[in-house]
Write a new protein. Structure first.
Length: 166
């Protein structure tokens, strides 16, 4: 399977796009400021070019990981990738993989399927990480829910686009 790098670069923007709305005063900006202890001075103290640049790079990493979680065919390919003849596209393993992909390569390749994987990632990976950190930082449930909501929407969209368009 080939990686669609245009899609990867696009989905890496999703955390920035959703964050610009989610953490604005249109949605949860005021609540986030209050529960996180954020101030205008703290907001102005950071180098936004570095923050946005690193967020985009981390978004690339996240999108790459979501590709393997949302598109099951990557796992199938990895089973055969080390077999003799597969890399140079010859031999029985490559032929078997091509036949398999012609039958099942389009299975579970919808926006909804990827969205479900994104939702599961948010609930079973992001939530425990945020909640554990928040417990030790003595942050409340509002703090946890503001961030969980952001990651839920973000990962649903990343997973959906990847599954639909990869």
């Amino acid at each position: 399977m080939d990686i669609n790098f245009y899609l990867l670069f696009f989905t890496a923007l999703i955390p920035l796009i959703i964050g610009s709305v989610w953490y604005s005063n249109l949605l949860f900006g005021k609540t986030w400021f209050k529960v996180s202890g954020m101030t205008e001075d703290k907001m102005k103290s950071g180098n936004m070019l570095i923050i946005f640049g690193l967020t985009y790079i981390l978004g690339l990493m996240l999108s790459a990981a979501m590709m393997s979680w949302c598109v099951h065919q990557f796992a199938t390919q990895s089973l055969f990738a080390t077999q003799e003849g597969f890399a140079d596209q010859t031999g029985q393993y490559y032929e078997y993989f091509q036949n398999f992909m012609s039958q099942f390569g389009g299975l579970h390749r919808s926006f909804g399927h990827g969205a479900v994987h994104g939702g599961f990632a948010a609930m079973f990976i992001v939530l425990p990480i945020i909640a554990i950190n928040s417990l030790f930082e003595r942050k409340g449930w509002k703090y946890i829910l503001v961030h969980l909501g952001y990651w839920l929407v973000t990962l649903i969209l990343i997973g959906g686009f990847i599954s639909q368009y990869l």
